[in-house]
Design a protein around this ligand. Structure first.
Ligand code: ADP
Length: 398
């Protein structure tokens, strides 16, 4: 049985077709820069990659193009579109309405539309793709898998902001957290791998272009670093992470710009980029190799922000069994892992730094020593697989 996974960003659409019998992706790709003159379509299957430029006006057109590629007589992986038995959609925000994934019906769509306010760039694309699939593939179940719902198990003292209470009551302003599918996937995978007794208290570090940490106790998220939006928390590729909110007004005044512009700067021109003019971690590492002090500072600040969260989650969890690294940086950058892990000895963390530097990429690996009180693990994430599994479960696919 095949499931289509759709991950729509504000101007991109990532997709995968997953064969659920063996949970392997048979095709994948991305449509980038939707709505611009530089749209780019990538389609991959069986180690072959096709890429071409073509103007793609909107997400609906992007989906139509993807389906045409999947069903192409020569290079397609589907004989017919009816091979797709369910469609899983990554949806940015659940609000407080969905504590888990959900089969889409009219009411679900209505609630998602109400929650557009939490993700004005992403939610319209997510909803647009669901509606397009309902039109293009009538009768095929669509399942919404939310980036935030894994974190809805947090207690009120963890998720409330200390601002006037009625803002929560009226507008639902609170911490939600993101990367939920990834935190869920790696926390479950590590439990299956190392055994539940070694994974009662876990911190998962999803480190990529966007980064977040989650504290997970007995399988339930009790705290996470992102907030109402993905801007809160760690220093990231282009996002500032935590700052004094008064900085917003200060920048607005000295630069003579409005609040929206300040938020754009904090989202798009800050983080690694703000410090060293480079947002991609691999390129920041190259600058460091070339002796660039600001690039070194950017990653030192990144590691510092992560250590602060690890320390506070250690207390919240009442100890720590397992620390998991995932995401593009967490899985691949031994330099960043070393920066983060150095100094955690006080928590009982003892790392084999040779193994950290030489481990094989893409394979789950324990990089702590036998005597470490905390298991430190590098584990590749697979958000698409979580979405596909939930599509089977909530779409009642047999
Ligand atoms: P996204 O958050 O967009 O899903 P990813 O999880 O794919 O992103 O992570 C992308 C980040 O991972 C980029 O900053 C990239 O430079 C970084 N990365 C990937 N491989 C390496 C590596 N070998 N060393 C350092 N950083 C890496």
């Amino acid at each position: 049985m095949k499931v289509l996974v759709v991950n729509a960003g504000s101007s991109s659409l990532k997709y995968q077709v997953i064969e659920m019998d063996n949970e392997i992706a048979v095709a994948s790709g991305i449509v980038e820069q939707i709505g611009s003159e530089n749209s780019n379509i990538v389609y991959k299957h069986d180690d072959k990659k096709y890429e071409h430029n073509e103007i793609v006006a909107d997400h609906i057109t992007a989906l139509q193009k993807v389906i045409a590629l999947l069903c192409d007589k020569e290079n397609g992986v589907l004989k017919d579109i009816s091979e797709i038995k369910g469609i899983g959609h990554r949806v940015l925000h659940s609000g407080e309405d969905f504590t888990d994934s959900v089969l889409v019906d009219e009411n679900v769509l209505k609630i998602c539309k109400k929650n557009k306010v939490f993700g004005p760039l992403h939610m319209p694309a997510n909803i647009g793709c669901i509606e397009a699939c309902q039109n293009i593939l009538p009768g095929v179940p669509n399942v919404a898998v939310f980036d935030t719902s894994f974190h809805l198990t947090m207690e009120k003292d963890a998720y409330m902001y200390a601002i006037p209470y009625e803002y929560y009551e009226k507008y639902k302003i609170r911490k939600y957290g993101f990367h939920g599918t990834s935190h869920k996937y790696v926390s479950e995978a590590v439990r299956d791998w190392l055994g539940a007794e070694n994974c009662k208290k876990i911190i998962t570090c999803h480190l990529g272009n966007g980064s977040s940490l989650a504290a997970i106790k007995d399988g339930k998220c009790i705290d996470t670093s992102m907030g109402l939006t993905p801007l809160e928390g760690l220093v990231m590729g282009t996002r500032s992470g935590d700052i004094d909110p008064a900085v917003v007004e200060f920048i607005a005044t000295v630069k003579k710009v409005d609040v929206q512009e300040v938020l754009r700067i904090l989202n798009k021109e800050s983080g690694f980029f703000g410090i060293c003019r480079e947002s991609d971690c691999r390129r920041v590492c190259k600058l460091i190799d070339a002796g660039d002090e600001k690039a070194k500072l950017a990653l030192d600040m990144f590691a510092h922000s992560i250590k602060k969260y690890i320390g506070s989650y250690f207390i919240e969890l009442g100890g720590l069994d397992t620390l998991v690294f995932t995401g593009g940086i967490g899985e691949n950058s031994d330099y960043c892992r070393k920066l983060i892990l150095t100094g955690l000895e006080c928590l009982g963390v003892d790392v084999d730094f040779d193994l950290n530097a030489n481990m094989k990429r893409g394979i789950p690996t324990v990089i702590s020593t036998e005597k470490s009180k905390v298991k430190v693990v590098v584990l590749p994430t697979n958000e698409e697989l979580v979405i596909a599994r939930d599509t089977v479960k909530f779409g009642n696919l047999k």
